[in-house]
Write a protein that binds this ligand. Structure first.
Ligand code: COA
Length: 192
């Protein structure tokens, strides 16, 4: 398999990843307008109008075929309720590399939902998408996100000092990554 790929749904033990829908607007707005949630993101807090634009733009994006193509699926809990979003952006086609990220509603944090969703997405990256490398970039002060990268077995590859002027201050970036063969050591591919 590999690219191009059309994302539909990933189902795990507790969480499901599927495309955003128009009726996600209320929890998506609650999440993206919350200063605590967006503290270490590149954007936000967003207005309702901005979130409506994001939803209209991102909900139909399900195809990965070229550089910068991305998915932003909803994370839904065992009851089908929206608890957050994941994202996956194709960074390079030749190098089969993508960037991954995660955001949860505050009430859904501390339950392992992001870890389960990220594991499902990494399995999708290294299985059906046939990627070689997946990385995450984050503000090193974002300790919950750092802990998640470590929980996933991602390697700390770099710390860029004051590489961004963001939200009124110079900000560092940490980069974490994992290769397909490293992922497969702990998560063998299912036998066909
Ligand atoms: C980053 C973020 C997604 C991490 O969320 P999280 O819920 O801490 O991450 P996980 O899904 O890995 O959950 C782990 C926590 O759930 C707990 N947990 C509870 N029940 C669990 C279960 N059944 N399985 C696994 N973990 C469980 C773990 O003990 C751990 O808690 P701890 O950190 O107090 O030890 C979240 O903090 C967030 O949305 N932040 C705001 C947005 C953001 O900054 N995104 C990242 C941008 S780079």
């Amino acid at each position: 398999m590999g690219l191009p790929a059309d994302f539909t749904r990933l189902t795990g033990e507790r969480v499901t990843l599927d495309p955003l829908r128009p009726d996600d607007i209320d929890p998506l707005f609650a999440m993206q307008s919350d200063p605590a949630v967006t503290r270490y993101l590149l954007y936000g807090p967003r207005t309702r109008e901005q979130v409506e634009e994001v939803l209209a733009r991102d909900a139909p994006r399900t195809r990965l075929a070229a550089i910068d193509d991305y998915l932003q699926p909803a994370i839904r809990d065992e009851h089908g309720a929206f608890v957050g979003t994941m994202y996956l952006t194709m960074h390079s086609i030749d190098d089969r590399t993508a960037e991954i990220g995660w955001i949860l509603l505050p009430a859904a944090q501390g339950k392992g939902y992001a870890a389960e969703a990220a594991r499902m997405l990494l399995d999708y990256c290294f299985g059906p998408l046939d990627l070689h490398r997946v990385y995450a970039e984050l503000d090193p002060r974002n300790t919950a996100s750092v802990a998640l990268c470590e929980r996933l077995g991602m390697r700390h590859e770099g710390h860029f000092v004051e590489d961004m002027f963001l939200k009124g201050e110079w900000t560092d970036t940490a980069r974490y990554a994992i290769l397909e063969r490293e992922w497969r050591r702990e998560h063998p591919a299912p036998i066909a």
